[in-house]
Each structure stands twice: as C-alpha cells, then as structure tokens.
Design a protein around this ligand. Sequence first.
Ligand code: SAM
Length: 229
Amino acid sequence: MSKGILYIVATPIGNLKDITLRALETLKEADFILCEDTRVTANLLNHFEIKKEMVSFNAQSESHKIERAIERISNGETCALVSDAGTPCISDPGVRLVNRAIKEGLTISGIPGANAAILSLSISGLPTDSFVFEGFLPQKKGRQKLLKELAEENRTIVLYESAYRIEKLIEELAEYMPGRSVVVQRELTKKFEEAWRGKPAEILADMPNKTIKGEFVIVISPKDWKETE
Ligand code: SAM
C-alpha cells in the first residue's frame, strides 16, 4: 500500500479571505485534519462548507497523537496539519510531528499562506535583508539575558506578544534598547488593525494604556541602523 502525505497548511491570521485556493483544496481532500483547537478550525471549515474529521493536536496532547497520525499516514491516509491561525510550526505545534514524519520517510508538503511575522516585517519599513525571529520571549528564566543580547543584535528583530504583556515588553525595550526604531503592529489583517512607530518610549506614550486588546507583532531595528530621509 502506498503511503499518504502530511500537508502543513497555513490558514488566515484574521481575515478569512486570506485562505489560499490550495489550502481549501487540501483541506477538502485530506482524510483527516490535525488542529490545535477543533472549535477554531470548525469555524474555518464551516465558513468554507468543508466537512472533515478533525483531531485535536496541541502541545499537551502531542506525543500520543503523533504516533497515531504517523500510523494513519503510513497506512495511506492524507493528513492536513493546521494551527489556530497562520503557519503551523511557527510558534505553534507541529515541529515534532514533521520531524517524526521525516524519520519515517513520509512525504511532507507545505501549503504556504499567512504568517504574522513575515507580514509584519514586510510592512515595517525596517531592513529585511537579514533578521532574527525570536517569537515569544521567555516569560521568566532567561528573559533579561536575552533582552541584553538582543540589545547588541545588528539584524532586525521580530517578536510575538500577547495583549497581557505588550505594555511590559515595550517598557523593557525602553530600558534595554531606548534608541531603536520600533514598529508595533496590532490585529494584522483584521478590522481594528493599527500600528505604532517610533522609539519605545514614544510608543509607550502613544498606546492607550491598560485597555489594549488583540495580538501583536513587534519589529525592532538593527543596533547600528539609522533612519534616512
Ligand atoms: N503560527 C502563527 C503565525 O504563522 O504567525 C503564530 C502563532 S502564535 C501562537 C500567535 C502570535 O502570533 C500572537 O500572540 C501574535 O504575537 C502573533 N499574531 C498572530 N496573528 C496576528 C495578527 N493578526 N496580528 C498581529 N499579531 C498576530
């Protein structure tokens, strides 16, 4: 029996119109869909009138779900991995599954689409020829050490942050890298999308304190970069 395929399928990060034709085709044709939160993926599938078996797959349930998925793909089934939003495996579950599938000699195929970091970078106006993606900074252990290292970084830096900690993060940037140009983008592709640009202290002064909601990407200029007219 020929083996199936593992598809890594990017989904929209807010605007459902950002789904790709290939993503829809793949979700329709897959035998089952591995998803972070079945309720979130059910919304997506319902919107596009797709009915499909969904299997929850998150950081907690990963280990035994991986083995079961690998077995099913090895037996000829086609699997699509999606996350709640954006590209799976990028600050989202899936890396161990892909790794396991590679070791098993299975075919892995990526269906490209939305990713908050790349979108944010592309509209930041900051250098894009070389950048580092740090995702979410560690909440406790190693956070200060990493911030000190990033203060010396000479490539553009891209970070993810949630609404709960965005103010704290910008305060830390004001402390560790006060002279950098920073772009904070909120709710990309969504109705209330907005952006703040400036030095960290200027952004802090501009952001409506404590009431802010939504999802954020932070792009920070390289250490030696100077804005030109
Ligand atoms: N895999 C996703 C991707 O490809 O971008 C990222 C998942 S990560 C768990 C979620 C974080 O991504 C959010 O906390 C936020 O930092 C960022 N993010 C996702 N969607 C966003 C959006 N529409 N606007 C701004 N940031 C977003």
